[in-house]
Design a protein around this ligand. Structure first.
Ligand SMILES: Cc1cc2nc3c(=O)[nH]c(=O)nc-3n(C[C@H](O)[C@H](O)[C@H](O)COP(=O)(O)O)c2cc1C
Length: 314
């Protein structure tokens, strides 16, 4: 039997059974993965950071064939150029958006006027306070242990989440290091109302990436990520490979040059073709698992952990 749904501020906005969000990831967070997430009772997100908006539109249409459950989209503001991304997303008819990599001030009001709830990704307290001023509906508080593009001064989820919670009553979705029910329970103890999983979803059975990459994540220890380009923007956290180990001491380089052949890595399995973005939680992932198993186990374990804590200390 599926674990009990959670009714809270996040599921009220996402329309899902569980306050678990699949992270947006360029090219990866498309219908195959996102529809499996929705079918399992969580929230699938369709990416726009690839910039391939015609393909993204087709993926949204595919979502409507594969699931009748609600899903969301992500707008990584710095990565989409030459199109009115706000109008594009509104036209897709979804009701939940996460914005990242830029200021939400330009898009929060138009999204909200179209009936869309907006959560902005924040890596610092300062970023959180700015997003609150911009009128967002919630915050996606992302710790520096997570995979992907990062603030040059990474702050861990353990520090950032309670810090932001101490300054706002808005709903918070926590990201960075979340992979199971124990980490979800920890995030809730620190003030979150929901969690987002990136690295975990990247390695799921329904993730479209090449098996070489999934296996590399599974084989990686918690010490096997590198933090790159921290003297410039965007900084990023990635798997240690020959390419990224050589880039690590540079402090500053042209990230986009090293991401140009990313599809050879994502779908061709050539781990040296580009920079493989992953989080430190790779050290806790040891198998490729179907999304439904990951989500249902996370929820059961979440209930067990909070129950055991209550029984022991309550
Ligand atoms: C391969 C990859 C691509 C990502 N692309 C995006 C993106 O397009 N937009 C975004 O907001 N976050 C992106 N992220 C960050 C994730 O949304 C998420 O917050 C992060 O992975 C959470 O940490 P975790 O990896 O420990 O779960 C990406 C992460 C990974 C691993």
């Amino acid at each position: 039997m599926a674990p009990k749904p959670i009714k809270n501020r996040v599921t009220a906005m996402t329309g899902a059974d569980y306050p678990i969000i699949q992270a947006p990831m360029g090219w990866i967070a498309r219908a195959q993965l996102a529809s499996a997430v929705c079918a399992a009772g969580a929230t699938g997100i369709i990416e726009t950071s690839s910039g391939e908006l015609d393909n993204v539109k087709a993926e949204v249409a595919k979502m409507r064939e594969l699931t009748d459950r609600p899903f969301g989209m992500n707008v990584a503001l710095a990565f989409v150029r030459g199109t009115n991304i706000v109008d594009f997303v509104i036209e897709q008819g979804i009701k939940f958006v996460t914005t990242s990599a830029g200021s939400p001030s330009v898009c929060t009001a138009p999204f909200q006027e179209a009936g869309i709830k907006v959560f902005h990704v924040v890596p610092t307290l300062e970023g959180a306070l700015k997003a609150i001023d911009d009128g967002v509906d919630g915050l996606l508080v992302e710790g520096g242990e997570g995979g992907g593009f990062k603030n040059p001064s990474p702050v861990s989820t353990m520090v950032l989440l309670p810090l932001v919670r101490s300054r706002t009553d808005l709903p918070i979705i926590a990201a960075g290091g979340i992979t199971d029910g124990a980490t979800m329970a920890a995030a809730f103890a620190l003030g979150a109302d929901g969690v987002q999983m990136g690295t975990r979803m990247l390695t799921s059975a329904e993730s479209p990436v090449h098996d070489n990459w999934k296996q590399a994540v599974i084989n990686a220890a918690e010490t096997d990520t590198v933090f790159l380009n921290q003297e410039s923007k965007p900084a990023l956290r990635a798997l240690k490979t020959e390419r990224t180990a050589a880039l690590a001491p540079l402090g500053k380089f042209n990230v986009f040059e090293h991401m140009a052949d990313i599809q050879d890595l994502y779908f061709g399995g050539d781990m040296e073709a580009a920079i493989p973005l992953i989080g430190q939680v790779c050290g806790r992932i040891d198998a490729v698992r179907p999304v439904r198993e990951v989500i249902e186990e996370t929820m059961s374990e979440f209930y067990d952990v909070i129950g055991n804590l209550h029984n022991t200390y309550g």
